[in-house]
Design a protein around this ligand. Structure first.
Ligand code: IDP
Ligand code: MG
Length: 152
């Protein structure tokens, strides 16, 4: 039940000043930030992160975009964190994303869709290990987590 997921805020989220707004939404859902940093993603990291999409028509454009300026990388923890985060983020194409989701409220187009979130616990583990060492992932008590776990 308790899961960790990998999220990063793409260059458009940082350039548009939406970092606080987006992190606030995850905190509001009771998710715990257990790792956080800003950096410029290298092409190697972006190609590794998106390797399942290698060869697709949008691959180079995606890698160019996500390496164009700094991103905010994070690991979030909580019950069913992968699903909770994907739901909070919304559909890949902002045109399809529900109002109230991050992409549905702020997304501009499918490349500039603000944010990445892992789609499974296995992807999350693989993706977070590209950017974080185990020792960079912190743990600390978050009062709300007891309620979230108890209520199942
Ligand atoms: P996800 O970010 O919702 O998991 P994926 O299908 O894994 O979506 O695609 C990764 C990223 O590649 C998307 O967030 C989006 O920026 C980009 N992308 C996906 N499909 C397309 C497309 O058809 N055209 C342009 N960019 C795309
Ligand atoms: Mg994906």
């Amino acid at each position: 039940m308790l899961e960790r997921t990998f999220v990063y805020l793409k260059p458009d989220a940082v350039r548009r000043g939406l970092v606080g707004e987006i992190i606030k939404r995850f905190e509001g859902r009771g998710l715990k930030l257990v790792a956080l940093k800003m950096k410029r993603m290298t092409r190697e990291e972006a190609e590794e992160l998106y390797k399942e999409h290698r060869g697709k028509s949008f691959f180079q454009k995606l890698v160019d975009f996500v390496t164009s300026s700094p991103v905010i990388l994070m690991v979030l923890e909580g019950p069913s964190a992968v699903k909770v985060v994907r739901h909070t983020v919304g559909a890949t194409d902002p045109l399809e994303a529900a109002p109230g989701s991050i992409r549905g409220d702020f997304g501009v187009n499918v490349t500039k869709n603000l944010i990445h979130a892992s789609d499974s616990v296995e992807s999350a583990q693989r993706e977070m290990s590209i950017f974080f060492r185990d020792m960079e992932i912190e743990d600390y008590p978050l009062p709300i987590e007891k309620d979230l776990v108890l209520e199942g």
